[in-house]
Design a protein around this ligand. Structure first.
Ligand SMILES: *Cc1c(COP(=O)(O)O)cnc(C)c1O
Length: 357
């Protein structure tokens, strides 16, 4: 079996063990004679998976019953709108940090709904970074403060989150469950599943239940967090197969041990950053202290060399290294499931490519 070294930014690599388990159960889920995809979302077989997935997320995040775990659709992009619709209110201001492409998309949606203050802006900074906590200009009595924990395109990541009086809301699409964090510092976390949690088509929202009470009455039912909290994400048919895959991924993290996974992520990223730092051929695009452990972004001395790099890497089974179309360059996305062997292959390739160039 030839598995590619899959550096795609999302949808992204899934753990091989998870794919094998899903394959084993695909046609006959636990002797029921049907796939989990063919089960009713109201039946007890599916319900066990649904509730295990919720319990696993809470366990991994260390959260109690004051938080709800929701499985929604529309990706992280839908959350850009749902967050302000539910939490902002007509007379309040929301503080947003602008750290790049994804943050600015969240800001665009929030502005359609209500008042937004840009608490810090480094969207266009080169080298890339995220704001530092002490540069934020926060609003007194803000409805919430929004951060993008990891900018997937620019490769910059918050290492420490600001302490805020207002609830902290984080788009964690590209680094959720990748590092040890006190998750109780957040009022609401959201993430598209297709980077660190499972397949596309599913968005995870983890929120303090009390925040859902703020929503104005005229929000459409499907867009109201309270609907999904009250119905345990079963108001309508949820993306059952995606939730099943997320359940398997969280089982895989629990089995491996979250701490082991976190250490492995740090080591994986550092191996590539060490190549940048030992010479001048590869130039990281993010400021060192903000370098992401999930999306490693870099440039070569010329665009011709970058094109050659991507082509030759692909021929050696290393796929998805092309930087986002908005910024160019190279991007290695190495989420939780990306195996250490793939990192070693890339590092060896980078050294050899530099030697020959
Ligand atoms: C990928 C990504 C998104 C968009 O996710 P969709 O599920 O495609 O809507 C939003 N924010 C960040 C940080 C991302 O990496």
């Amino acid at each position: 079996m030839a598995r590619a070294h899959n550096f795609n930014a999302g949808p992204a690599a899934l753990p091989l063990e998870v794919l094998i388990d899903a394959q084993k159960e695909l046609i006959d889920f636990k002797g029921t004679g049907m796939s989990i995809m063919e089960h009713s979302h109201r039946g007890k077989d599916y319900e066990a998976i649904h509730n295990e997935a919720i319990a696993n997320i809470k366990k991994l995040m260390g959260l109690d019953d004051s938080y709800s775990v929701l499985f929604l659709q529309g990706g992280a992009s839908m959350q850009f709108a749902m967050v302000p619709m539910n939490l902002l209110g007509a007379d309040k201001t929301a503080d947003y940090t602008n750290s790049g492409t994804w943050a600015s998309k969240a800001i665009k949606e929030a502005k359609l709904i209500g008042k937004v203050n840009i608490a810090a802006n480094c969207e266009k900074d080169i080298p890339t970074r995220v704001p530092s906590g002490n540069e934020l200009k926060l609003t007194d009595g803000a409805a919430y403060v929004h951060v993008t924990s990891n900018e997937t395109i620019s490769g910059a990541q918050w290492k420490e989150f600001p302490k805020t009086a207002a609830p902290l809301v984080a788009d964690m699409s590209s680094d959720i469950l990748s590092r040890p964090l006190d998750y109780t510092q957040f009022g609401l976390i959201y993430a598209g599943a297709q980077k660190n949690l499972g397949p596309s088509g599913l968005a995870l929202v983890v929120m303090k239940k009390e925040l859902a009470e703020r929503a104005p009455a005229n929000i459409p039912t499907m867009l109201k967090y309270k609907t999904h909290i009250d119905e345990n994400s079963l108001y309508n048919t949820p993306p059952t197969f995606g939730i099943y895959m997320l359940c398997l991924v969280t089982r895989w993290i629990l089995k491996m041990g979250a701490e082991n996974l976190y250490k492995q992520n740090r080591t994986k990223a550092q191996k590539i950053y060490d190549v940048f730092d030992s010479g001048t051929f590869y130039k990281g695009t993010a400021i060192k202290e903000y370098r992401s452990d999930m999306n490693i972004t870099f440039r070569l001395p010329s665009e011709e060399l970058e094109e050659k790099f991507i082509k030759e890497a692909s021929a050696q089974g290393m796929k998805g290294l092309k930087g986002h179309r908005a910024v160019g360059g190279i991007r290695a996305s190495i989420y939780n499931a990306f195996p250490v062997e793939g990192i070693d292959a890339l590092v060896a390739f980078m050294k050899e490519f530099e030697r020959k160039a």
